[in-house]
Design a protein around this ligand. Sequence first.
Ligand code: SAH
Ligand code: AVI
Length: 324
Amino acid sequence: MWQSVIPTPELTEQNGSKTRDLAEILQGLRQSPKVLSPKFFYDDLGSQLFEKITELPEYYLTRTELSIMRKHIGEIAGLIGPHASLIEFGSGSSVKTRILLEHLDRLAAYVPVDISRDHLVAAAEALALEFPHIEVLPVAADFTQPFDLPQPRVMPLRNIVYFPGSTIGNFMPGAAQALLEVMYQEAKEDGALLIGVDLKKDKAILERAYNDSAGVTARFNLNMLKRLNNEFSANFDLSKFAHRAAYRTSPGRIEMHLVSTCGQTVSVAGEDFHLGEGETIRTECSHKYTLEEFAEMARRAGFVVHTVWMDPGGLFSVQYCLRE
Ligand code: SAH
Ligand code: AVI
């Protein structure tokens, strides 16, 4: 009987540690005000909910970045040149990447790096089917911790680090610069960074994007507690928390919180935490930059911004940065 041969990309798993994650969660909940890292959003359901967010009418980021990529892909592919290795941080479903994979000249390899393991594997398998001529080398890793990249079969001419979605905005300025420094190292000599950066704009547009009328962002936010219940022996009652997202003009970021709707005590891995009525756990910051602010941060990490593409409304930017 005829059987089709489906190429299965080989997964590299690195630096995942439940003990380290739990220590980080407990440390965040002991703080005042309480915080949890946005990286804990992304279990399988969290990744699916994020995909739903990208399709919401209020969430302008994804469709705007896609439109910029489609409009300027010729110029982007020209700047990147042939035989590059494309290394993507926080690849998710690799939707925007498909535009690059379709247009880059004889790509040596595509290396998606993501913390959401099963979602990454599914995306990598789909890509390997769609682009059988490109070596796909998925890496399941927390990119805020040290990790190694697999070696492609074909020696690339240069490394291009791709970081779309404005995920850079989810890091505090110091951590964002540290991450750009890691990317600088991964780009190696002659390498470059292609990055999506969301821009400062009217507060009402921003707050709508993180408070959608269908309530998907609220489910995404609350899912973090469900994940803590499932994986870290927590006992959060989701009905006692509400989603809140608001823009703080200074320092220029959306903050997402989970608001305790009553006084309550929750337990995580045997440790109790008290929350007063109205007390919040901050789950995410989404920093918005001006072009100047981002250029300055990139410069401190060793990059010089070479080209910036924006949509006509100036909502979002895609930036090509070279090692200085
Ligand atoms: N690049 C995609 C997805 C953005 S969502 C886009 O532009 O639409 C953010 C992605 O980063 C998720 O897939 C999430 O799993 C991943 N991520 C978040 N924190 C991470 C970390 N510390 N290490 C690795 N991946 C991370
Ligand atoms: C992945 N990241 C850039 C998204 C953002 O806009 O900060 C995550 C998100 N949070 C709420 N909606 C989307």
